[in-house]
Design a protein around this ligand. Structure first.
Ligand code: GDP
Length: 197
């Protein structure tokens, strides 16, 4: 898919105030600092559409971007930041839960995972929540440039094994590096095929 246009639409904390659900939508989420903004910017070929290196845990809004006048890309606030207070975390859970469960045009959620980490409970629990609610998701490994090819293979294998303890069918996994501009096309292809359904 060629990205012809990528523009910021709005940010808010209430799924009911999001743009009219008149186009397919894809959400991106992961632990704070996982490389989400960098990945989004790589996908849409814009240096700073999504803001990188913000203070972790600070972006607590649902951010909508419109791509090619055809679909929405949604940058969701990250989870798992240790310094967030209990009330902040509860606010996050409600906002994200309401959005994920009710956004009717959300076709797929991409869960980002730092490829260097072994399967973390916080990520697995989040994915389990999606699975239990029947919310389709794919996994994106970020920062692949930090590992060698054989280490990437080993991480993929270990992660797949862990996931297959939870599900018979393991969700698709993409391997990316925003640093090296790698792994973009397969994700855009997946979005393209969802758009076509
Ligand atoms: P976010 O908080 O999840 O949006 O993460 P950012 O995109 O702001 O990235 C967090 C940190 O990881 C920054 O220091 C980035 O430079 C770094 N980073 C992001 N993507 C990559 C990548 O593909 N490779 C490497 N080596 N570093 C990355």
């Amino acid at each position: 898919m060629k990205i012809q246009e990528a523009k910021y639409v709005m940010s808010n904390s209430d799924y009911e105030k999001c743009p009219a659900p008149n186009m397919p939508e894809y959400a991106f989420i992961g632990r704070s600092n996982v490389g989400k903004s960098s990945l989004i910017n790589m996908l849409v070929e814009k240096k700073s559409l999504a803001k990188t290196s913000q203070q972790p845990g600070k972006t607590q809004l649902i951010n909508h971007f419109e791509i090619n006048n055809a679909w929405y890309l949604v940058d969701l606030p990250g989870y798992g930041y240790a310094k967030v207070s209990k009330s902040e975390r509860e606010k996050w859970e409600k906002m994200i839960g309401d959005y994920l469960h009710n956004r009717e045009n959300l076709l797929c959620t991409f869960v980002l995972v730092d490829i260097r980490h072994s399967a973390l409970a916080v990520d697995l629990e989040f994915m389990e929540g999606l699975g239990e609610s029947g919310i389709p998701f794919h996994i994106i490994f970020t920062k692949a440039d930090k590992l060698k090819a054989y280490q990437i293979e080993a991480q993929l294998k270990a992660y797949t094994e862990k996931l297959s303890e939870l599900w018979e069918e393991v969700p698709p996994i993409f391997v990316t590096s925003a640093e090296k501009n790698e792994g973009r096309e397969p994700i855009l292809k997946a979005i393209e095929s969802y758009n076509a359904t």
